[in-house]
Ligand binder design. Structure first.
Ligand code: GDP
Ligand code: CA
Length: 319
C-alpha cells in the first residue's frame, strides 16, 4: 500500500512513528513542510524535515520533540561569546553537523530534495522523505510593532523568539506562488492508495505545503481517500500555539472548524478525539466522514492505534 503523508514537525513526526509501526510493509512518502526553514550563521536549517528524519531515525531528543538526543551546545556558547546571535534559536553541536552538510551540498549545486535523500542515507527513516519544494519558501507572520504599525517577521522569530505572544494578523508563505513541487511530490500523490494529514499545524505546516501550486490540486484530484487527524483536542492545540495562527486566518480552534477549513474538497475523512465527539455531527454535515477516537500520541502503541483508525476510515470512504 502506498501512503502519502503531508507533515510538519513534531506532530507529523510522532504520527509517522505510529504509522510505520501500524503499517510496517507500507510504502510511505512524506511531503515535508519547508516554510519554517531559516538561514542561521550562514547555514540552511530545515526544522521540520530534520524533526521527521531524527524522530524516525532514532536520533531525536524525545522529551523536547525536536533537536538531537545527547546534545551539547559548545558551538552556541562560543558564538554567544563573540556576540553572534540569534541566541533564541537553539542549535546544538550534533545538529550543526546536519546543517553544515546540507549547506555544503546546496552550495555544490544539489537541490534540497537530493540533499534530504543523502541525509536520510544515514538516518534510514523507513519512509521516503521529500521536501514540498526545492525552491525557497519562507513563512512570514504579520505582527504589530510597538509604535502602532505592523511588520512581517520570519515564522521562527514569531514562534520561537516571541512564543506567538503577540497577535498575528496574517500568515504568508513568501515565495510559494513561484515554487514548484519537488520531484516526486505530484507523482506520489497521483499514485497514492491513501493520503493522510497527520495532527500537524493546519496553517503553518499542512497549509504551507498546500500553498505550493499544484499540490492542493493533486490532493483534490487523487483517486486515493484523504483522511486527516485533528491536532486540536478540546478546543486547544495539544502542544504549541496552533490556536494563534488559526486565529490569524480566521479559523476557530476546534476540531470541527479545522475540518471545515480544509473542506470536503480536500478531506474525505476526519478523526476527532473522543473529547470532541460532539463535533462529529458538524463535520459530517460538511460532507466529511468523521469519527471520534482517542487522539493523544502518548506512546508508539497509542499512536499506531490512531494510524490504524485513519487507515480504516480511509477504506470506508474509498470511492
Ligand atoms: P511543528 O512543525 O513542530 O509545529 O509540528 P506539526 O505541524 O507537525 O504539529 C504540531 C501540532 O501537533 C500542534 O497543533 C499540536 O496540537 C499537535 N499535536 C501534538 N501532539 C499531539 C497529540 O498527541 N495528539 C494530537 N491529536 N495532536 C497533537
Ligand atoms: Ca514546523
Amino acid at each position: 500500500m502506498r501512503i502519502v503523508v503531508l507533515a510538519g514537525g513534531i506532530g507529523g513526526a510522532r504520527f509517522l512513528r505510529g504509522l510505520t509501526s501500524a503499517a510496517p510493509d507500507a510504502d510511505i512518502t512524506v511531503i515535508g513542510n519547508t516554510g519554517d526553514d531559516i538561514h542561521l550563521f550562514g547555514l540552511k536549517v530545515c526544522p521540520d524535515l530534520d524533526t521527521v528524519m531524527y524522530t524516525l531515525g532514532g536520533g531525536i531528543h524525545e522529551e523536547q520533540g525536536w533537536g538531537r538526543a545527547d546534545e551539547t551546545f559548545a558551538v552556541k556558547e562560543e558564538l554567544a561569546a563573540y556576540g553572534v546571535g540569534p541566541e533564541w534559536f537553539g542549535l546544538g553541536d550534533r545538529d550543526f553537523a546536519t546543517h553544515i552538510v546540507r549547506t555544503q551540498m546546496i552550495a555544490a549545486g544539489y537541490p534540497l530534495s537530493a540533499v534530504t535523500e543523502a541525509l536520510c542515507e544515514r538516518w534510514r527513516p523507513g519512509v521516503r522523505l521529500l521536501p514540498m519544494t526545492d525552491d525557497r519558501v519562507e513563512t512570514h507572520v504579520l505582527i504589530d510593532t510597538e509604535d502602532g504599525g505592523r511588520k512581517a517577521v520570519h515564522f521562527q522569530e514569531y514562534w520561537v523568539r516571541l512564543r506567538a505572544s503577540v497577535p498575528a494578523h496574517a500568515v504568508v508563505p513568501v515565495g510559494a506562488e513561484q515554487a514548484k513541487p519537488a520531484p516526486g511530490v505530484l507523482e506520489a500523490l497521483a499514485a497514492a492508495d491513501v493520503v493522510l494529514f497527520p495532527p500537524s499545524n493546519p496553517v503553518v505546516s499542512v497549509g504551507t505545503i498546500l500553498a505550493v501550486p499544484g499540490i492542493r490540486e493533486a490532493v483534490v484530484e487523487t483517486a486515493a481517500p484523504v483522511v486527516g487527524l485533528s491536532p486540536i483536542i478540546g478546543d486547544a492545540p495539544v502542544r504549541g500555539m496552533a490556536d494563534k495562527v488559526l486565529a490569524a486566518v480566521g479559523v476557530e480552534s476546534t476540531a470541527a472548524a479545522v475540518a471545515e477549513h480544509y473542506g470536503s474538497d480536500l478531506l474525505d475523512g476526519w478523526l476527532v478525539d473522543r473529547t470532541d465527539a460532539a463535533a462529529v455531527e458538524r463535520v459530517t454535515a460538511a460532507g466529511i466522514r468523521c469519527r471520534a477516537v482517542p487522539l493523544l500520541m502518548t506512546d508508539t502503541a497509542a499512536t499506531a492505534a490512531m494510524a490504524r483508525e485513519a487507515l480504516a476510515l480511509a477504506e470506508e470512504v474509498r470511492p
